[in-house]
Design a protein around this ligand. Structure first.
Ligand code: F6R
Length: 614
């Protein structure tokens, strides 16, 4: 989703801004732009539809000097991707330039008012309405830009992270946020802005996270000042970032997605480290310790999430119900927030999110908190909005995930949920010690077993060639494998653009089996579990209709090999941990099919890494 970068300091701004935009490319975008104030205090805006490289091409013979500037990657919401709709947007007099991430919901009303006053618009964006409105307020009140922004934002309905610069004022950037992330980097005599820390980390690890309805005045050579939009000054803690630069590079892999798939043995070790004791006899999650009564006495657990994180939530449902004997509901955050759900004060709500910035998840959290429920976050990005807006939580600690298709964050989420379920079950006395110990032991074997699956990468790559030109795919699983069928299908569709659906295997005969013919590839997760025989019967039903079966099986399972047209072996494990293994070949299969189709694997069309609008 849209990315924001800003710089004010002693260096040339342009190279820093361009590099920053590149670091934010992973978020997904369709156009890019930059605004600079040069040494004569003139303000210039350059923008281009397409990639950051198109923007660079378009400014090749332009004067791009100056030590202050703002830059943006746009992911279209209002108005198609085009040069005119790209940010920054000028105000009418071309003295103010603004970049924006979010949606101004009352833009139509504001635009009508401004048009009646003679304002003309160059784009179809809500963002241009905002910058024109700020200019209008400034002239109406005869005030400075900072006060105009404050007054304007009070009248704005919607979500925003914005950065603004002004002609003739080369010493300040104004930035504000509501429901869209914004980070200020504090260097020595220089300041940075970013939608997240990735454009900043190269220069400083000291940051301030702006909170909702806060506005920052970032002046050259002065400490940034932060106010609420009602003009109350706020003192902010400067936080130290834990991220490092090498996490942002591809490390020899052709794509971030492949790098991140291969990182999983390591990321899962990091996720468990310090939580499972060295003897392997106990799980401690600090986020649970202080609130263990909430979990023990929970009437119900409600899991809210979107996309891949929602699939992790479904696995969470199986885990919490099996081990903690508590009813669990898994909700799409986007539905939960508008559904007027019944929420009890003794409900525990678990919000799962890689980015920690998903707008729908944040809104769902707000509804849960308003209803008095205890809210626990399971997030990856440290310091992001969800960890800051929940009562407690656990980080997944899998490092920066750049590929738009979530892989290592998913397995880390499932690992955290497994540890949570076990830790709570132990407190509640709903798991016996022998079982508890055996699961902890096997959890620690998972990284090595993932390594074994990764060693089959070449075989999976070969298999992918057979199915690259399929139009449709079906993924089947039962029990703990059902969410993996959904996740496998999502991975394939989002990066290869092949239509794919996941189903619980036994549902096939209630409709979808009509789709099966000798052209339909069916990925069947048929690892050995308590309902293995039933899964085999379901696979036989597909076989009888000549579906082309790709089975995910346990090493040495000869029976199912005979039924399947192709198979990928994974090591056997405990049923409750099987999702951590069976998802890996599906990630690789989707990856290779997408590469064969020449897709932009790390930045698939229309998608954004961090979905900060609803
Ligand atoms: C799919 C994917 C998305 C995200 C979803 C939620 O690979 O990455 O479906 O899972 O947009 O994002 P987070 O987890 O950041 O809340």
């Amino acid at each position: 989703m849209c990315g924001i970068v800003g710089y004010i300091g002693f260096r040339e701004a342009y190279p820093i801004l361009i590099k920053g935009l590149r670091r934010l490319e992973y978020r997904g975008y369709d156009s890019a732009g930059i605004a600079l104030i040069d040494n004569n205090e003139e303000l210039s805006v350059y923008k281009a539809k397409g990639r950051v490289s198109d923007l660079e091409e378009s400014v090749k013979d332009k004067d791009i000097n100056g030590t202050i500037g703002i830059a943006h990657t746009r992911w279209a919401t209002h108005g198609e991707p085009s040069n005119a709709n790209a940010h920054p947007h000028y105000s009418q007099s071309e003295t103010i330039a603004l970049i924006h991430n979010g949606i101004i919901e009352n833009h139509a009303v504001l635009k009508t008012q401004l048009e009646e006053k003679g304002y003309k618009f160059q784009s179809s964006t809500d963002t241009e309405v905002l910058v024109q409105f700020i200019e209008y307020i400034k002239s109406l009140n005869n005030c400075d830009l900072f006060s105009a922004v404050q007054i304007a934002l009070k009248q704005v309905v919607g979500a925003y992270a914005i950065a603004i610069i002004e002609k003739g004022n080369p010493d300040q950037i104004i930035a504000a946020r509501k429901s869209s992330p914004l980070v200020i980097g504090i260097g020595e005599g220089e300041f940075f802005l970013g939608s997240d820390a990735s454009p900043i980390i190269e220069y400083t690890n000291r940051v301030i996270y702006l909170n909702d309805e806060e506005i920052a005045l970032i002046k050259r050579n002065e400490e940034p000042k932060i106010f609420t939009i009602s003009n109350v000054e706020i003192t902010h803690e400067i936080k130290e970032l834990e991220m490092n630069l090498s996490e942002l590079e591809r490390g020899g892999f052709p794509h971030y997605m492949l790098k991140e798939i291969f990182e999983q043995p390591e990321t899962l070790k990091n996720c468990m480290s310090g939580r499972i004791n060295v003897e392997g006899t106990h799980i401690t999650l600090s986020g649970i310790i202080d609130f263990k009564e909430k979990f023990i006495n929970a009437r119900r657990i409600i899991i809210i999430a979107c996309g891949t994180s929602w699939h992790a939530g479904l696995i969470g449902e199986y885990l919490f119900e099996e081990f903690c004997r508590v009813p669990v509901e898994v909700e799409y955050a986007s539905e939960f927030r508008y559904r007027n759900p019944v929420i009890y004060k003794d409900d525990v709500v678990i919000a799962i999110s890689q980015s920690g910035e998903t707008a729908d998840s944040l809104a769902a959290i707000e509804s849960a908190r308003k209803a008095g429920a205890f809210v626990y976050g399971v997030c990856n990005v440290i310091g992001s909005s969800i960890p800051r807006n929940t009562d407690s939580g656990s980080y997944t600690h899998c490092g920066h995930e750049i590929g738009v298709a979530s892989t290592k964050a998913f397995t880390a989420q499932v690992t955290v949920l497994t540890m949570m379920a076990l830790a709570i079950a132990k407190e509640k006395g709903t798991v016996n010690n022998e079982r508890y110990l055996s699961i902890i032991k096997e959890l620690q074997n998972i990284p090595a077993k993932i390594k074994t699956i990764l060693s089959h990468n070449d075989k999976i790559k070969e298999l992918s060639l057979i199915f690259t030109y399929a139009q449709n795919f079906i993924y089947l699983g039962r029990g703990y494998s059902y969410p993996i069928a959904l996740e496998g299908a999502l991975k394939l569709k989002e990066i290869s653009y092949i239509h794919a659906e996941g189903y619980p295997s036994a549902e096939m005969k209630h409709g979808p089996i009509a789709l099966i013919d000798n052209e339909m590839p069916v990925v069947a997760i048929a690892t050995n579990n308590t309902i293995y025989e039933k899964v085999v019967s379901n696979v036989q039903e597909i076989k009888a209709r000549k579906g082309r079966i790709i089975a995910i099986i346990n090493e040495g399972d000869e029976g199912i090999k005979e039924l399947a047209d192709h198979y990928i072996e994974v090591p056997s494990t405990l049923e409750c941990l099987d999702p951590l293994l069976s998802c890996i070949p599906l990630q690789l299969l989707a990856y290779h099919i997408a590469v064969n189709k020449n897709r932009d694997v790390d930045m698939p069309r229309n998608l954004a890494k961090s979905v900060t609008v609803e």
